[in-house]
Design a protein around this ligand. Structure first.
Ligand code: NAD
Ligand code: TYD
Length: 364
């Protein structure tokens, strides 16, 4: 049996929500691999998410920006990176509506900078060890979103990998731009890039601006639960642990140049999801300030350009790479709520002045 070749992996955005879950997953599954995390620690990044891993010999955290080409070149060379897992992004639609600049900078220019750096590094390795060998060992995973495909009606079939791009928010437009770059670098330069487009994640370490953690925390604080518009928008919910397993399979078995859609098989209307969260909180949290939590549900002004429905057809990754999601929505929500109940020390400091300012801007 072939021993698995060790990877030397650079994870960008590894202190954020999905990135930090992925870093924990990878360190557990592949303790002998070299892991370097590069993260700018924006408002969404939290060193505490990965602090426990710093004691490991194979682990290094670097605070820095993916737009910094010199830093990228230095890290790729001195760590002899053969695998990039690129999570770093501005990731919240409402913030992209308030101020798109940072989204273009990090998501488009940052991804471009990383691709250029990796191309130069991979070319140099190709000259040393042969182009074929470098291509077999090197991977650039670009983590993206189903939002690049635009909005579905209730009757439309779910997004496949060939659904035309139709992004509607500055966030999804910037992610679409970065996807096109990752694709072009494969087609033009043969750089071994792979793109994944996943649905809405949820789980531990999720910053409280997104729907599920925001609702959980507001329930615990007895604050209104702001549901946009009529609450009938649909999202497909993917448990972050399932997503990390999918990315693991894509890095290890995925084909360069390909795109894989990753979904949770769990479509829900926002209002039904919020009601479910209230129900579970009523059951799991002993000292709720307002009980039943459903009393807190408040319909608020809709998000501009709010996409109606996202749904993922994940047949390709199932048939070609053997991955399927394992979590049910109810099971995943229970696990997530229990984590937020146990980890007040993690989320309380995030409700900072910056967060309150942001909150007032969006919710009035
Ligand atoms: P997040 O906002 O929680 O984390 C982003 C991380 O990137 C943070 O740690 C932040 O500090 C870091 N970062 C931001 N700008 C940076 C820069 N210029 N240089 C270096 N680091 C920088 O995001 P997330 O929810 O973990 O999402 C990770 C990736 O997955 C993103 O690319 C996002 O578009 C994609 N995605 C997320 C979801 C979801 O439901 N959360 C769904 C689909 C796709
Ligand atoms: P969000 O978590 O922001 O993810 P995305 O917009 O990327 O799908 O929102 C999920 C859904 O929940 C989306 O339809 C918007 C809605 N939503 C609310 O109704 N209220 C809120 O306070 C937030 C943050 C989101």
């Amino acid at each position: 049996m072939n021993a698995r070749a060790k990877r030397r992996i650079l994870v960008t955005g590894g202190a954020g929500f999905i990135g930090s879950n992925f870093v924990h997953h990878w360190c557990k599954e592949y303790p002998d691999d070299r892991m370097v995390v590069l993260d700018a620690l924006t408002y969404a990044g939290n060193y505490q998410n990965i602090a426990a891993l710093e004691a490991r010999e194979n682990f290094r955290f670097v605070k820095g920006d993916i737009c910094d080409r010199l830093l990228i070149d230095q890290l790729l060379a001195e760590e002899d990176i053969n695998t990039v897992a690129h999570f770093a992004a501005e990731s919240h639609v409402d913030r992209s509506i308030l101020g798109p600049d940072a989204f273009i900078r990090t998501n488009v220019v940052g991804t471009f900078t990383l691709l250029e750096g990796f191309r130069a590094h991979w070319n140099a390795r190709g000259r040393q060890e042969g182009v074929g060998a470098a291509s077999r060992r090197h991977r650039f995973l670009h983590v993206s979103t189903d939002e690049v495909y635009g909005s579905l009606s209730a009757e439309d079939p779910a997004f496949t990998e060939t659904t035309p791009y139709a992004p509607n928010s500055p966030y999804s437009a910037s992610k679409a731009g970065s996807d096109h770059l990752a694709r072009a670098y494969y087609h033009t330069y043969n750089l071994p890039t792979i793109i994944t487009n996943c649905s809405n994640n949820y789980g531990a370490y999720h910053f409280p601006e997104k729907l599920i953690p925001l609702m959980c925390i507001n329930i615990l604080l007895g604050k209104p639960l702001p549901v946009y518009g009529d609450g009938q928008n649909v999202r497909d919910w993917l448990f972050v642990g399932d997503h990390c397993r999918a990315l693991d399979v894509v890095i290890n078995k995925g084909i360069p140049g390909e795109t894989y859609n990753i979904g949770g098989n769990n479509e829900a209307k926002n209002i039904d999801l919020v009601n479910k969260l209230c129900e579970l909180m009523n059951e799991l949290a002993p000292d709720l300030p307002v009980r039943p939590a459903q009393k807190l549900i408040t319909f608020v002004k809709d998000r501009p350009g709010h996409d109606r429905r996202y749904a993922i057809n994940a047949t390709k990754i199932k048939e070609e790479l053997g991955w399927t999601p394992a979590q049910t929505l109810e099971g995943g929500l229970r696990t997530t709520i229990e984590w937020y109940l146990k980890n007040r020390d993690w989320w309380q400091p995030l409700l900072s002045e910056e967060y309150q300012n942001y909150y007032n801007q969006v919710y009035g």
